[in-house]
Design a protein around this ligand. Structure first.
Ligand code: ADP
Ligand code: MG
Length: 688
C-alpha cells in the first residue's frame, strides 16, 4: 500500500463512502492517516453504577433496560434512557435528538462518558446530568474493548466511528511506509518517534505515555516541515530570482522627505532604513511592515514608491477598499504632483475613458505610481517597468492576490512591501508570514490624544446617546457600530437595521444619521462615507465595513453595540477610526452578553491601548481558531500543532530547520509532503 493511493482501495470503501470521506478532506491514505483523533476516551476504568457519586466524571457501560420519550412543557423533545450494569441502574436524558430513537433500543449495550449529578426532581437519585460522549456498543467486538484509549475522531453522522477506526486499522496492518522529513540526528536529539511509529501510536495508543510521545513527535514534524518549507521557499526565491538593485537615495527621495509636513519618528526611520537596505540589495525585497492603526505606515510606503520612481521604475500600491485607495491617492497626489511625479488611480468604478487613460499610462510608462484596488491585478493591466509592489492592509487579501500583483513585473521581480495594522503577535508571524522579513513600527507619532474607552451595560444607553447628541451639537461626528448578524439568530441580538430604526426614532431623533452595511452597492457605500467625511452626516450607523482605513478626523466618538461579539483585535481596529483629529475621543463598548468572561475580555480594552498586547490577549483568551477566523488570512491548516501552545516547539523547529536545510533535508520528499499536507498552499515550492 502506498500513502498516495486513493482510499477507495481500502476494504469497505465504495464510491459512496469515498465521497463522504472526501467531504472531510480525506482522499488518499495519507489524508486518512493524518486525520488525527480529537481526543481519547479512557476506557481503562469502567465505573460500577453503584459506586457513582455526584460531581464525578465517569465511564459507564451497561445495557438499556428502559426507554421513554416525551415532550417537555417547554417544547423540548426528551428521550430518557435507563442503563443497567450488574450493580444498579442509572438514568440519562437526551434532549432534541430524535435520530437516537433509531439507535437506542432496549437490550442495546451502551458506553457513556459523562458527569454524574442529581436527577432533576428525582429525590436525591443520581443521573448522568451531562453526557460528554457515548457509544452504542451493540456491535462492539471483544478486542475493541481491550483498547484502553479509544480514539475519538470528529466525524459527521454519516460516518460511523467504528467504520472509521476499521479503515485506519487496515492501513496500519499493511506495510505502509512514511517518509521521515526530520533528519535522524534531530530526531534523536529531541527523542522523537519515526513518523510511522508516531502515526500508529496516535491512532491506537496503549498507554497515556504513548499518546504524549506520538503527539510530541507529530507536532514537531508538522512545524518542522512547514518551517523548512517556508525557509526553502524563501531561499529559492532569493537565489533564483534576481531582484532590482536600487541605488542609494538621492534628490527625489530627499525632496519628498522635505515636503512631508512632519519628521519621521524613530521607529519609522528604522523601518525606512530596513526597506532601503532591502531595495538596494540585489535580491528581491519581501518585507512585511506591522504597525498599529495610526502608526504612520502610509508615509513609509510613499517613500518606498518614490525610491522606485527615482530609479526609473514604476510603483503600485493596492488597497482593500475603494475609499481607502482614493484617500491614499489624494494624499500621494497632493504631495508628489508638485515634484513632477505622475500618480494614477485605478478602481472598479472608473469611467471607461478615465480607466483607459490610466491603463495606457501604466503600459507606456507615463504614469509613475498607481494606487488601486483589486482592479490592479486584472490580466489586462500591464506595466512598462514595475519595480515595487505595496499591499496595504495585507490581511484583507489572500496570498495569491499579492503574488498576482508581483507577477506584473516584466524583466525583474518587483520588490514587495506588505503592510498590516492587524497586530499579529510576533511569534505568530513565523507561521503565517514565515517567508517574509518583518519590520515593526512600535510607537505612534507624537501628540496623539489617547482614546478613552468605557465598557457599559445596555441600561446606560440613554445616557450614552445623550452624550453623543451633545457632542454632535458641538460639531463632532460619531460612529455607531453593530455586529453583523442574522435577525433570527437569537432574540437578544441586535442588527444594524434595528439599531438604526430605534435610534433615529428615539435617542437620536432629528440628528442626521445614515445606515451603512455590506448589502449596499459599493457605489452607495462610497457615497455615504464621502458624505460622512464631508460632514453631511453626523452619526454613521454601520456594520464593520468601516473597519479598515477610513480617515475622518472630526469623528471623535465610537459606540459599539454588542461589543462582546467582536474579538479584541477587531475592536481595536475599529477604535482606530477615532482619535484621528484634535478632539478628545471616546469609545463606548456596550456589552449585551451575559458571560462574565466576555465582560472581562472587554474590560481589557479600557486598560490596554496597544494593539499588539491586545492581540496577544485575544489569542490567549479565544484561541487561534477564533482569532484567525476573524482575520481571514492564509494560515495553513495545522493538523496537530497549535500555534499558541506549541510556540516553543515552533521556535525550536524553525531553528533546527534553518541549520538542517542545506545538507540534511531531502528536498524532494519535503516538497512532496507539503504538497500532500497543504495542497496548493505550497505550490510555489513545487513549481521549480
Ligand atoms: P496607518 O499606519 O494606520 O496607515 P497612517 O499612515 O494613515 O497610519 O498615519 C496616520 C496619521 O498619522 C496620518 O494622518 C499621518 O499623516 C500621521 N503621521 C504619520 N507619521 C507621522 C509622524 N512621524 N509625525 C506626525 N504625524 C504622522
Ligand atoms: Mg494605513
Amino acid at each position: 500500500m502506498d500513502i498516495k493511493q486513493n482510499v477507495q482501495y481500502l476494504k469497505g470503501v465504495g464510491p459512496k463512502k469515498a465521497q463522504a470521506l472526501k467531504r472531510l478532506g480525506i482522499e488518499n491514505i495519507y489524508d486518512l492517516m493524518t486525520y488525527y483523533p480529537r481526543r481519547y476516551e479512557d476506557q481503562s476504568d469502567i465505573n460500577a453504577i453503584s459506586s457513582l457519586k455526584a460531581g464525578q466524571i465517569a465511564n459507564i457501560q451497561g445495557k438499556i433496560v428502559a426507554l421513554a420519550d416525551k415532550n417537555t412543557r417547554r417544547g423540548l423533545k426528551l428521550l430518557t434512557v435507563v442503563l443497567a450494569d450488574d450493580t444498579g441502574t442509572i438514568q440519562l436524558n437526551f434532549f432534541n435528538q430524535d435520530y437516537l430513537k433509531k439507535k437506542l433500543k432496549q437490550g442495546t449495550m451502551m458506553f457513556v462518558h459523562g458527569k454524574i449529578g442529581f436527577a432533576y426532581g428525582g429525590y436525591g437519585q443520581l443521573a448522568v446530568t451531562q453526557i460528554i460522549s457515548f457509544d452504542v456498543e451493540a456491535e462492539k467486538s471483544k478486542e475493541d474493548t481491550h483498547c484502553a484509549f479509544m480514539p475519538v475522531y470528529t466525524l459527521p453522522d454519516y460516518i460511523k466511528p467504528k467504520d472509521f477506526r476499521n479503515l485506519i486499522e487496515q492501513v496500519i496492518a499493511s506495510d505502509i511506509e512514511f517518509n521521515d522529513i526530520v533528519p535522524d540526528f534531530i530526531r534523536s536529539k529531541y527523542h522523537l518517534l519515526m513518523k510511522k511509529e508516531a502515526v500508529e501510536k496516535i491512532h491506537f495508543p496503549k498507554t497515556k505515555r504513548e499518546i504524549e510521545e506520538a503527539k510530541r513527535s507529530l507536532i514537531f514534524e508538522e512545524l518542522f516541515s512547514i518551517q523548512a518549507g517556508l525557509l526553502f521557499l524563501k531561499k529559492q526565491h532569493t537565489t533564483r530570482n534576481k531582484g532590482i538593485k536600487f541605488l542609494p537615495n538621492s534628490d527625489l527621495v530627499a525632496n519628498v522627505l522635505k515636503a512631508i509636513p512632519f519628521e519621521l519618528t524613530q521607529e519609522q526611520q528604522k523601518v525606512w532604513q530596513e526597506i532601503c537596505h532591502d531595495m538596494q540589495s540585489e535580491t528581491q525585497m519581501q518585507r512585511l511592515v506591522q504597525g498599529d492603526v495610526g502608526s504612520g505606515k502610509t508615509v513609509i510606503a510613499i517613500l518606498a514608491l518614490v525610491k522606485a520612481v527615482e530609479n526609473g521604475y514604476q510603483g503600485a500600491m493596492m488597497a482593500p477598499t475603494e475609499i481607502l485607495a482614493i484617500q491614499h491617492f489624494d494624499k500621494l497626489q497632493s504631495l508628489l504632483e508638485p515634484l513632477n511625479i505622475k500618480v494614477g488611480l485605478l478602481t472598479g468604478s472608473l469611467k471607461a475613458k478615465q480607466r483607459r487613460e490610466v491603463v495606457e499610462g501604466l503600459a507606456d510608462g507615463s504614469l509613475d505610481i498607481v494606487i488601486g484596488t483589486h482592479a490592479l491585478i486584472q490580466d489586462n493591466i500591464i506595466f512598462k517597468n514595475l519595480g515595487l509592489v505595496v499591499t496595504d492592509e495585507q490581511h484583507r487579501f489572500g496570498v495569491n492576490q499579492r503574488a498576482k500583483l508581483e507577477d506584473k513585473g516584466i524583466d525583474f521581480l518587483p520588490d514587495v512591501l506588505v503592510m498590516t495594522a492587524t497586530p499579529i503577535p510576533r511569534t505568530m508571524t513565523l507561521t503565517v508570514y514565515g517567508d517574509l522579513d518583518v519590520s515593526f513600527i512600535k510607537q505612534l507619532p507624537p501628540g496623539r490624544k489617547p482614546i478613552r474607552t468605557f465598557v457599559r451595560m445596555p441600561d446606560r444607553r440613554e445616557l450614552i446617546y445623550k452624550f453623543v447628541r451633545g457632542e454632535v451639537q458641538k460639531g463632532r461626528q460619531t460612529y455607531v457600530v453593530c455586529p453583523l448578524i442574522e435577525e433570527s439568530e437569537n432574540s437578544d441580538a441586535v442588527s444594524v437595521e434595528m439599531i438604526y430604526d430605534e435610534l433615529t426614532s428615539g435617542y437620536l431623533y432629528g440628528i442626521r444619521c445614515a445606515l451603512l452595511h455590506g448589502k449596499l452597492s459599493s457605489k452607495d457605500k462610497e457615497q455615504l462615507l464621502y458624505d460622512f467625511l464631508a460632514g453631511k452626516i453626523d452619526v454613521l450607523i454601520s456594520t464593520t465595513v468601516i473597519e479598515v482605513g477610513v480617515n475622518v478626523p472630526n469623528a471623535s466618538i465610537m459606540v459599539i453595540e454588542g461589543a462582546e461579539r467582536f474579538g479584541l483585535a477587531q475592536l481595536h481596529q475599529l477604535r482606530g477610526r477615532i482619535g484621528r483629529g484634535e478632539f478628545a475621543s471616546y469609545c463606548i463598548l456596550i456589552n449585551r452578553g451575559r458571560n462574565a468572561n466576555s465582560l472581562e475580555r472587554l474590560h481589557l480594552m479600557e486598560k490596554i491601548s496597544d494593539g499588539f498586547t491586545l492581540a496577544e490577549e485575544d489569542l490567549r483568551l479565544r484561541g487561534p481558531g477564533q482569532f484567525f477566523g476573524s482575520m481571514q488570512h492564509g494560515l495553513p491548516d495545522l493538523k496537530i500543532a497549535d500555534v499558541l501552545n506549541d510556540i516553543n516547539v515552533l521556535i525550536t523547529a524553525r531553528k533546527e530547520a534553518q541549520k538542517a536545510l542545506d545538507f540534511s533535508i531531502d528536498k524532494k520528499a519535503l516538497v512532496e509532503l507539503l504538497q500532500m499536507q497543504y495542497k496548493d498552499k505550497f505550490i510555489k515550492i513545487a513549481d521549480n
